[in-house]
Design a protein around this ligand. Structure first.
Ligand code: GLY
Length: 379
């Protein structure tokens, strides 16, 4: 990895100010639309209701934002909201129709359990993990997406954390084996030798044979869709955190290094890095996820940690500039602008999207925690 030159001093009060701005935006959202969980903005205003592309999958990110704020606040206000929004998601623990169960439950009930474990939080998480594990195809050794029984996505990687969590809470090694089998299949078929990623793997669901790659949100099957790359950094890092399997760490590093080499000192790249003429210069949610994933990796990887903290800090500093950050009073309801949900379906294009906002704040919170441990010394 060659780290771009350039300085970014983004520490302490500057980071806290941005978190404060995010907190005010989320406060306005939950006061104005109680109990509703938006997906993306349209012209800067939150869009509620159905997801036009996928089974609803993003509610956990708003609940997760509330849990992050709850963990920084003693008043009980954010905790009450976080519990309420998490409870709204509980019925999805039995939803076998999507692979996105981890996105729904790890930021919500997972954070709740981490802060205040109870039998209830444990049981919900175990059920959610078992539900996702039910989508495992034993022949192909992958978790199938909602698209078809023969499809898996690189986006499934961050979702399998719910299976590892359930395995730990239930003491069920069979569950963890399913998550690891999926991760190794993804590593083999969805991560290229240079650390770039393929969005979708298509298998014969009867024999398990890998047939070919594909994409939905990227430019073409053999290109690198930015958010898929970011999900891989996060997902393989998390798989290493749960397993200690060095293959996961190496894969997460290769994916992170490919991000750094490809995006370099722009810090935020377009929706697909092989698109010769991207219509929009940025897909900011990928940058937020990648920064959060690199900070996770830094905590797991003493050998390469400093470079990942330095790069992630610059990504988050870039996302905190006026180009990206919606300001109070400017009419923009989301936190981070210039994200893209689904370019070819024209859904949530050049807008804020809820997972971009969540991973941005998660990254900022991780940065504060890292700097606190290092006694405020920015690296
Ligand atoms: N389905 C996850 C994503 O759009 O990134």
């Amino acid at each position: 990895m060659t780290l771009p030159t350039g300085q970014a001093s983004f520490t302490g009060a500057a980071v806290s100010d941005v978190i404060d701005l995010a907190r005010r935006k989320v406060d306005r959202l939950i006061s104005g639309h109680p109990g509703q969980m938006p997906i993306y903005t349209t012209g800067g205003r939150w869009h509620f209701g159905e997801d036009a592309w996928a089974p609803l999958w993003s509610g956990g990110f708003l609940a997760g934002l509330l849990w992050i704020f709850a963990s920084m606040d003693d008043s009980g206000k954010w905790r009450r909201a976080a519990e309420e929004y998490s409870r709204l998601l509980e019925p999805r623990k039995l939803d076998g129709g999507t692979h996105d169960i981890g996105f729904l439950f790890v930021p919500s009930w997972g954070r709740w359990h981490a802060l205040a474990p109870s039998d209830r939080t444990r049981d919900v998480l175990i059920q959610a993990g078992r539900t996702l594990a039910g989508r495992f195809n034993p022949q192909g050794r992958y978790i199938a997406t909602w698209v078809s029984p023969g499809s898996t996505f690189i986006d499934v990687m961050p979702n399998i954390e719910i299976i590892y969590l359930a395995a730990r809470l239930a003491g069920d090694a069979r569950l963890a084996d399913i998550a690891t089998a999926h991760a190794l299949t993804s590593r083999r078929h969805l991560v290229r030798g240079d650390g770039s990623t393929i969005h979708e793997g298509i298998f014969d669901p009867e024999t398990g044979e890998f047939l070919h790659g594909g994409t939905h949100q990227g430019y073409r099957p053999d290109s690198t869709w930015a958010r898929g790359q970011a999900w891989a950094i996060h997902g393989f890092g998390s798989a290493y955190r749960w397993t200690g399997d060095e293959r996961m760490l190496q894969t997460a590093r290769r994916c992170a290094d490919f991000y750094i080499e490809s995006v370099g000192d722009r810090y935020v790249g377009p929706n697909d890095w092989d698109d010769p003429q991207p219509e929009f210069p940025y897909e900011s949610s990928a940058a937020a996820i990648a920064a959060s994933g690199m900070l996770q990796l830094a905590g797991l990887d003493p050998a390469g940690g400093d470079d990942y903290v330095r790069y992630a800090r610059r990504v988050l500093a870039t996302l905190s500039t006026e180009t990206f950050l919606g300001r109070p009073g400017d009419g923009w309801e989301g936190i981070v602008r210039h994200a893209i949900y689904h370019r070819s379906e024209a859904i949530g294009v050049d807008e804020s999207i809820m997972w971009g906002d969540y991973y941005f704040v998660d990254g900022l919170a991780q940065l504060l925690a890292i700097d606190a441990v290092r006694n405020g010394a920015g690296r």
